[in-house]
Design a protein around this ligand. Structure first.
Ligand code: COI
Length: 358
């Protein structure tokens, strides 16, 4: 029996228009939630197989109070984006195969049946297609997709849910941080709390990784910072990541980023930036990156699906602030931003397979 109910659709949802919604203010998008027309949904029993789902009207979910996701946090999510391309009517999704792979990996870690890549890609396309009018005009933002895989079936004792729901909702978005695109952010190094520990779930995009950062993030914001940098839980010395994005630092033609060791999220933007930087002649090193090293860097930047590429204006350690590039955007952050967003909008030719046309 289905444990998660949404309004039934009596007629199949039709894809919306080919152009951006007319009566919408596309110039003032941030990262706030905008409810679109449709979402995607399918369900599967613990020992069943995923079948391709359908789009349903965007709306609330109804769930059993003992759903595993509500009681034990059995759930993962993804972040991905669809773009309108320059000079064509195409709407594209950036590297959905990568999200499909990470989603399947995460499902395994959280004891949930992995969604096969073909079901995942079909879901992404159905969701984007049905919400096509919500893809912002080229250059004004993107349609952010939020795939969720949750243990939606009821269970009282600690164990995997008897049934699972895979859904995708979406929202048009632009800049993640206040201040707008490429506005440098001020970070502080967190000394007390850690985001993840060896052997934990730091490299899984599980829902439980994100609320524990709020206490730290809110305190940092109150103190005037944009966000915090987390250090490794063993030596409290090496940079791991920022609450919602990966971290890079630049010295000359060398770019260093914390190596993936199980406690860092394997960002798809991170992976893309590494490829872009290497193609542009930089040496990219994935290794331990200490706070001391970072304070000597020419510039630093963060990246992620939501964040895109954002320069770091300053880093504060134990109350002492170090500025980079005089608090302005550094040239390498700018170069990475231009190349990544150029590829995503189809203005710059990227590696094969990075854009999936919907
Ligand atoms: C993303 O970059 O898509 C994420 O999921 C990060 C989230 C905390 C906004």
């Amino acid at each position: 029996r289905s444990t998660l109910r949404v309004a039934a659709v009596s007629t199949p949802a039709k894809p919306s228009g080919g152009t951006p919604k007319q009566d919408f203010d596309w110039d003032n998008l941030g990262f706030g939630l905008v409810e679109t027309s449709f979402m995607y949904r399918t369900e599967c029993a613990i020992d069943g197989e995923w079948t391709k789902g359908t789009v349903v009207p965007y709306g609330n979910l109804s769930m059993h109070p003992s759903a595993a996701v509500l009681n034990y946090g059995q759930g993962i999510f993804e972040g991905m984006k669809a773009f309108r391309t320059a000079g064509s009517d195409d709407v594209v999704v950036f590297r959905p195969d990568q999200n499909a792979a990470r989603f399947a990996e995460g499902a395994g870690r959280m004891s949930m049946p992995p969604v096969p890549a073909d079901v995942f890609i079909d879901a992404v396309k159905k969701c984007v297609s049905a919400n096509r009018e919500w893809v912002p005009p080229e250059g004004k933002g993107s349609l952010y997709l939020r795939p969720l895989l949750i243990g939606s079936g009821p269970i009282l004792g600690l164990g995997p849910a008897p049934s699972y729901t895979f859904l995708i909702y979406c929202s048009p978005v632009a800049s993640y941080f206040k201040g707008g695109k490429m506005a440098p952010i001020d970070l502080t190094v967190e000394e007390t709390y850690h985001r993840a520990a060896p052997g934990g779930t730091g490299s899984t995009k599980c829902i439980g990784n994100y609320s524990p950062v709020l206490k730290v993030q809110l305190a940092a914001k109150k103190a005037g910072f944009s966000d915090v940098i987390y250090l490794d839980a063993v030596e409290n010395k090496y940079i791991e990541e920022v609450s919602s994005c990966n971290f890079f630092c630049v010295k000359g033609k060398t770019i260093a980023t914390p190596a993936l060791g199980g406690s860092i999220l394997p960002g798809i933007t991170r992976k893309s930036i590494i490829d872009i930087a290497r193609a542009k002649g930089f040496t990219v090193e994935e290794r331990n990156v200490s706070v001391e090293e970072v304070l000597e860097a020419d510039e630093c930047f963060c990246c992620g699906t939501a964040v895109v590429v954002v320069p770091v204006g300053s880093i504060t350690v134990k109350g002492e602030k170090t500025q980079f590039q005089g608090g302005k955007t550094g040239p390498v952050a700018q170069e990475m931003y231009d190349e990544l967003t150029g590829i995503q909008s189809g203005k710059v030719e990227g590696p094969d397979g990075w854009l999936e046309v919907v």
